[in-house]
Write a protein that binds this ligand. Sequence first.
Ligand code: R1P
Length: 296
Amino acid sequence: MKARVQDANFPKTADGRVYHLGIRAGEVANRIITVGSVSRAEGIAKMLDTSPKLFSLYSERGFITITGCYKTVPVSIVCIGMGAPNADFFIREVRECVRGDMLVIRLGSCGCLTDLPVGSLVLPTSSIACTRNVDFNFASGDPWEVPYRLSKPVSADPDLHKALQDAIELTRPPSLENLVVSKAVNASTDSFYSSQGRQTSFQDHNASLIDHLKAAVPGLTTLEMETFSIFHLAASWGGVMQSSSGVNPPLATSPVVPALSGKSSGTSAQMEGLNVSLDISSRPVIKAAAAQMVFA
Ligand code: R1P
Protein backbone atom coordinates (compact mmCIF):
# COMPACT_ATOMS: atom_id res chain seq x y z
CA MET A 1 0.00 0.00 0.00
CA LYS A 2 1.39 3.40 -0.96
CA ALA A 3 0.17 6.51 0.79
CA ARG A 4 -0.41 9.72 -1.07
CA VAL A 5 2.38 11.78 0.39
CA GLN A 6 0.54 15.02 -0.26
CA ASP A 7 -1.95 14.34 2.51
CA ALA A 8 -0.33 13.07 5.68
CA ASN A 9 -3.50 13.92 7.62
CA PHE A 10 -5.55 11.39 5.72
CA PRO A 11 -3.23 8.91 4.02
CA LYS A 12 -4.66 6.96 1.12
CA THR A 13 -3.38 4.43 -1.35
CA ALA A 14 -2.28 5.66 -4.74
CA ASP A 15 -5.74 4.85 -6.12
CA GLY A 16 -7.55 6.86 -3.45
CA ARG A 17 -8.45 4.15 -0.95
CA VAL A 18 -8.63 4.89 2.75
CA TYR A 19 -6.02 2.92 4.59
CA HIS A 20 -7.88 0.56 6.88
CA LEU A 21 -11.33 -0.02 5.42
CA GLY A 22 -9.76 -0.17 1.96
CA ILE A 23 -12.69 1.53 0.24
CA ARG A 24 -12.86 4.66 -1.87
CA ALA A 25 -15.62 7.04 -2.89
CA GLY A 26 -18.40 5.31 -4.79
CA GLU A 27 -18.02 2.02 -2.93
CA VAL A 28 -19.95 2.90 0.21
CA ALA A 29 -23.49 4.23 0.55
CA ASN A 30 -24.67 7.03 2.80
CA ARG A 31 -26.96 4.65 4.68
CA ILE A 32 -24.90 2.20 6.69
CA ILE A 33 -25.61 -0.72 8.98
CA THR A 34 -22.55 -1.51 11.04
CA VAL A 35 -22.01 -4.80 12.83
CA GLY A 36 -19.22 -6.50 14.73
CA SER A 37 -19.14 -9.97 13.25
CA VAL A 38 -18.58 -11.34 9.76
CA SER A 39 -21.49 -13.77 9.93
CA ARG A 40 -23.89 -10.98 10.91
CA ALA A 41 -22.70 -8.84 8.01
CA GLU A 42 -23.04 -11.66 5.52
CA GLY A 43 -26.45 -12.62 6.91
CA ILE A 44 -27.81 -9.10 6.50
CA ALA A 45 -26.28 -8.86 3.03
CA LYS A 46 -28.49 -11.77 1.96
CA MET A 47 -31.48 -9.46 2.40
CA LEU A 48 -30.20 -6.98 -0.18
CA ASP A 49 -31.65 -6.82 -3.68
CA THR A 50 -30.19 -9.36 -6.06
CA SER A 51 -29.60 -6.62 -8.60
CA PRO A 52 -27.35 -4.71 -8.91
CA LYS A 53 -24.61 -7.15 -8.03
CA LEU A 54 -23.26 -6.54 -4.54
CA PHE A 55 -19.93 -4.82 -4.06
CA SER A 56 -17.92 -6.36 -1.26
CA LEU A 57 -14.45 -5.66 0.01
CA TYR A 58 -12.65 -7.51 2.77
CA SER A 59 -9.82 -5.22 3.84
CA GLU A 60 -6.46 -6.53 4.99
CA ARG A 61 -7.15 -4.87 8.35
CA GLY A 62 -10.25 -6.98 8.89
CA PHE A 63 -13.00 -4.54 7.92
CA ILE A 64 -15.71 -5.67 5.51
CA THR A 65 -17.80 -3.36 3.35
CA ILE A 66 -20.76 -4.79 1.43
CA THR A 67 -22.71 -2.33 -0.69
CA GLY A 68 -25.91 -2.89 -2.61
CA CYS A 69 -29.53 -1.85 -2.51
CA TYR A 70 -32.40 -2.73 -0.22
CA LYS A 71 -35.68 -2.27 -2.09
CA THR A 72 -33.72 -0.11 -4.54
CA VAL A 73 -32.26 2.17 -1.83
CA PRO A 74 -28.45 2.07 -1.63
CA VAL A 75 -27.14 0.71 1.64
CA SER A 76 -23.81 -0.52 2.94
CA ILE A 77 -23.14 -3.08 5.62
CA VAL A 78 -19.81 -2.50 7.31
CA CYS A 79 -18.32 -5.06 9.66
CA ILE A 80 -15.92 -3.32 12.03
CA GLY A 81 -14.96 -5.97 14.56
CA MET A 82 -14.84 -4.75 18.13
CA GLY A 83 -14.02 -1.70 20.20
CA ALA A 84 -13.71 2.06 20.06
CA PRO A 85 -10.57 2.23 17.89
CA ASN A 86 -12.27 0.22 15.14
CA ALA A 87 -15.40 2.36 15.44
CA ASP A 88 -13.17 5.41 15.01
CA PHE A 89 -11.56 4.01 11.84
CA PHE A 90 -15.02 3.18 10.53
CA ILE A 91 -16.71 6.56 11.06
CA ARG A 92 -13.77 8.65 9.90
CA GLU A 93 -12.87 6.60 6.84
CA VAL A 94 -16.44 6.20 5.62
CA ARG A 95 -16.98 9.94 6.17
CA GLU A 96 -14.01 10.52 3.90
CA CYS A 97 -15.65 8.44 1.16
CA VAL A 98 -19.16 9.91 1.10
CA ARG A 99 -20.67 13.30 0.52
CA GLY A 100 -23.83 14.58 2.11
CA ASP A 101 -25.56 13.14 5.14
CA MET A 102 -24.33 9.87 6.60
CA LEU A 103 -26.77 7.64 8.48
CA VAL A 104 -25.35 4.92 10.71
CA ILE A 105 -27.20 2.22 12.59
CA ARG A 106 -25.22 -0.19 14.72
CA LEU A 107 -26.81 -3.63 15.06
CA GLY A 108 -24.97 -5.24 17.91
CA SER A 109 -25.17 -7.57 20.83
CA CYS A 110 -24.94 -6.43 24.44
CA GLY A 111 -24.94 -7.47 28.05
CA CYS A 112 -27.87 -6.35 30.18
CA LEU A 113 -27.90 -4.76 33.64
CA THR A 114 -31.64 -5.11 34.22
CA ASP A 115 -33.98 -8.10 34.23
CA LEU A 116 -34.68 -8.03 30.48
CA PRO A 117 -34.64 -11.57 29.08
CA VAL A 118 -32.02 -12.76 26.65
CA GLY A 119 -33.21 -11.95 23.13
CA SER A 120 -34.69 -8.56 24.04
CA LEU A 121 -33.92 -5.76 21.64
CA VAL A 122 -32.78 -2.47 23.16
CA LEU A 123 -32.62 0.83 21.29
CA PRO A 124 -30.51 3.11 23.47
CA THR A 125 -31.37 6.79 23.49
CA SER A 126 -27.91 7.62 24.79
CA SER A 127 -24.60 6.10 25.75
CA ILE A 128 -21.88 6.82 28.26
CA ALA A 129 -18.28 5.63 28.13
CA CYS A 130 -16.85 3.58 30.98
CA THR A 131 -13.08 3.40 30.76
CA ARG A 132 -10.24 1.94 32.77
CA ASN A 133 -8.31 4.73 34.43
CA VAL A 134 -4.72 3.99 33.49
CA ASP A 135 -3.50 6.45 36.12
CA PHE A 136 -4.90 4.22 38.83
CA ASN A 137 -2.28 1.92 40.33
CA PHE A 138 -3.87 -1.46 39.56
CA ALA A 139 -0.94 -3.45 40.92
CA SER A 140 -1.13 -2.20 44.49
CA GLY A 141 -4.30 -0.12 44.78
CA ASP A 142 -4.50 3.63 44.81
CA PRO A 143 -6.10 5.97 47.36
CA TRP A 144 -5.85 8.95 45.04
CA GLU A 145 -7.47 7.73 41.84
CA VAL A 146 -10.69 5.97 40.85
CA PRO A 147 -10.14 2.77 38.84
CA TYR A 148 -12.85 3.51 36.25
CA ARG A 149 -14.05 6.75 34.70
CA LEU A 150 -17.56 7.44 33.49
CA SER A 151 -18.22 10.03 30.81
CA LYS A 152 -21.20 12.27 30.33
CA PRO A 153 -23.89 10.77 28.06
CA VAL A 154 -24.08 11.38 24.35
CA SER A 155 -27.42 10.93 22.57
CA ALA A 156 -28.47 8.87 19.60
CA ASP A 157 -29.78 11.04 16.81
CA PRO A 158 -33.44 11.48 17.82
CA ASP A 159 -34.83 11.31 14.27
CA LEU A 160 -32.90 8.18 13.34
CA HIS A 161 -33.71 6.58 16.69
CA LYS A 162 -37.43 7.24 16.09
CA ALA A 163 -37.25 5.95 12.51
CA LEU A 164 -35.54 2.77 13.74
CA GLN A 165 -38.09 2.36 16.50
CA ASP A 166 -40.99 2.79 14.06
CA ALA A 167 -39.47 0.38 11.54
CA ILE A 168 -38.97 -2.29 14.20
CA GLU A 169 -42.50 -1.72 15.47
CA LEU A 170 -43.85 -2.34 11.97
CA THR A 171 -41.76 -5.38 11.15
CA ARG A 172 -40.92 -7.18 14.37
CA PRO A 173 -41.79 -10.86 14.60
CA PRO A 174 -44.30 -11.99 17.25
CA SER A 175 -41.43 -13.53 19.22
CA LEU A 176 -40.15 -10.03 19.98
CA GLU A 177 -43.51 -8.91 21.39
CA ASN A 178 -42.93 -6.87 24.56
CA LEU A 179 -39.21 -7.35 24.29
CA VAL A 180 -38.31 -4.13 22.54
CA VAL A 181 -37.06 -1.35 24.79
CA SER A 182 -36.63 2.03 23.16
CA LYS A 183 -35.80 4.18 26.18
CA ALA A 184 -32.57 3.05 27.71
CA VAL A 185 -29.04 4.16 28.41
CA ASN A 186 -26.09 2.19 27.14
CA ALA A 187 -22.55 2.07 28.51
CA SER A 188 -19.71 1.39 26.10
CA THR A 189 -16.60 0.04 27.75
CA ASP A 190 -12.97 -0.12 26.70
CA SER A 191 -12.65 -3.74 27.76
CA PHE A 192 -14.93 -6.76 27.63
CA TYR A 193 -13.38 -7.75 30.95
CA SER A 194 -12.17 -5.09 33.40
CA SER A 195 -14.57 -2.27 32.63
CA GLN A 196 -17.53 -4.64 32.31
CA GLY A 197 -16.95 -5.87 35.86
CA ARG A 198 -15.75 -9.37 35.02
CA GLN A 199 -13.54 -11.08 37.60
CA THR A 200 -10.42 -12.51 35.98
CA SER A 201 -6.81 -13.22 36.98
CA PHE A 202 -5.99 -9.51 36.63
CA GLN A 203 -6.25 -7.11 39.55
CA ASP A 204 -8.92 -4.96 38.00
CA HIS A 205 -10.40 -3.44 41.17
CA ASN A 206 -13.84 -3.81 39.63
CA ALA A 207 -15.81 -5.88 42.15
CA SER A 208 -18.20 -3.02 42.82
CA LEU A 209 -18.12 -1.49 39.34
CA ILE A 210 -21.50 -2.74 38.15
CA ASP A 211 -23.26 -1.54 41.31
CA HIS A 212 -21.49 1.80 40.95
CA LEU A 213 -22.55 2.09 37.30
CA LYS A 214 -26.17 1.31 38.09
CA ALA A 215 -26.24 3.86 40.90
CA ALA A 216 -24.43 6.57 38.94
CA VAL A 217 -26.26 6.30 35.61
CA PRO A 218 -30.07 6.45 35.76
CA GLY A 219 -31.70 4.19 33.16
CA LEU A 220 -28.51 2.25 32.46
CA THR A 221 -29.58 -0.95 30.74
CA THR A 222 -26.95 -2.29 28.37
CA LEU A 223 -23.19 -2.82 28.18
CA GLU A 224 -21.20 -3.17 25.00
CA MET A 225 -18.15 -1.59 23.38
CA GLU A 226 -18.80 0.61 20.34
CA THR A 227 -22.00 2.64 20.59
CA PHE A 228 -20.55 5.55 22.57
CA SER A 229 -17.76 6.14 20.05
CA ILE A 230 -20.17 6.05 17.13
CA PHE A 231 -22.68 8.39 18.80
CA HIS A 232 -19.92 10.73 19.97
CA LEU A 233 -18.18 11.03 16.61
CA ALA A 234 -21.54 11.50 14.88
CA ALA A 235 -22.56 14.25 17.28
CA SER A 236 -19.23 16.02 17.18
CA TRP A 237 -18.42 15.87 13.46
CA GLY A 238 -19.99 19.24 13.10
CA GLY A 239 -21.33 19.09 9.59
CA VAL A 240 -18.38 20.61 7.78
CA MET A 241 -19.49 22.55 4.72
CA GLN A 242 -18.39 20.55 1.72
CA SER A 243 -17.43 21.69 -1.73
CA SER A 244 -15.49 20.25 -4.61
CA SER A 245 -12.37 21.68 -3.02
CA GLY A 246 -13.52 20.90 0.50
CA VAL A 247 -12.53 18.37 3.10
CA ASN A 248 -13.45 15.30 1.10
CA PRO A 249 -11.55 13.89 -1.85
CA PRO A 250 -12.87 14.05 -5.39
CA LEU A 251 -15.40 11.29 -5.90
CA ALA A 252 -14.93 8.42 -8.29
CA THR A 253 -16.52 9.33 -11.59
CA SER A 254 -18.13 5.93 -12.05
CA PRO A 255 -19.47 4.34 -8.89
CA VAL A 256 -18.76 0.64 -8.46
CA VAL A 257 -22.45 -0.05 -7.86
CA PRO A 258 -24.17 1.73 -10.76
CA ALA A 259 -27.53 1.91 -9.01
CA LEU A 260 -25.99 4.11 -6.35
CA SER A 261 -25.90 6.94 -8.81
CA GLY A 262 -29.58 7.49 -9.24
CA LYS A 263 -30.78 6.47 -5.81
CA SER A 264 -28.80 8.46 -3.38
CA SER A 265 -31.86 9.19 -1.29
CA GLY A 266 -31.65 12.92 -1.24
CA THR A 267 -27.97 13.24 -0.53
CA SER A 268 -25.54 14.54 -3.06
CA ALA A 269 -23.05 11.80 -2.33
CA GLN A 270 -23.06 9.64 -5.42
CA MET A 271 -24.73 12.15 -7.71
CA GLU A 272 -21.47 13.78 -8.52
CA GLY A 273 -20.65 10.66 -10.48
CA LEU A 274 -23.45 11.73 -12.82
CA ASN A 275 -22.18 15.29 -12.92
CA VAL A 276 -25.12 16.53 -10.90
CA SER A 277 -24.02 19.71 -9.20
CA LEU A 278 -23.28 19.45 -5.51
CA ASP A 279 -25.76 21.06 -3.15
CA ILE A 280 -23.60 22.94 -0.69
CA SER A 281 -26.43 25.02 0.73
CA SER A 282 -26.96 22.76 3.70
CA ARG A 283 -24.51 21.31 6.13
CA PRO A 284 -24.28 17.52 5.95
CA VAL A 285 -24.65 15.61 9.18
CA ILE A 286 -23.82 12.24 10.62
CA LYS A 287 -26.82 10.65 12.32
CA ALA A 288 -26.35 7.54 14.43
CA ALA A 289 -28.63 5.16 16.28
CA ALA A 290 -28.34 1.62 17.60
CA ALA A 291 -30.28 -1.56 18.21
CA GLN A 292 -28.73 -4.09 20.57
CA MET A 293 -29.80 -7.68 21.18
CA VAL A 294 -29.37 -8.83 24.77
CA PHE A 295 -27.16 -11.93 24.81
CA ALA A 296 -26.46 -12.16 28.56
C1 R1P B 1 -17.71 -8.49 22.66
O1 R1P B 1 -17.92 -9.87 22.68
C2 R1P B 1 -18.36 -7.83 21.47
O2 R1P B 1 -19.77 -8.08 21.46
C3 R1P B 1 -20.50 -6.87 21.51
C4 R1P B 1 -19.50 -5.87 22.07
O3 R1P B 1 -19.83 -4.54 21.78
C5 R1P B 1 -18.19 -6.32 21.52
O4 R1P B 1 -17.96 -5.82 20.24
O5 R1P B 1 -21.01 -6.42 20.32
P1 R1P B 1 -21.05 -7.15 18.88
O6 R1P B 1 -21.65 -8.52 19.08
O7 R1P B 1 -21.94 -6.33 18.07
O8 R1P B 1 -19.65 -7.18 18.35
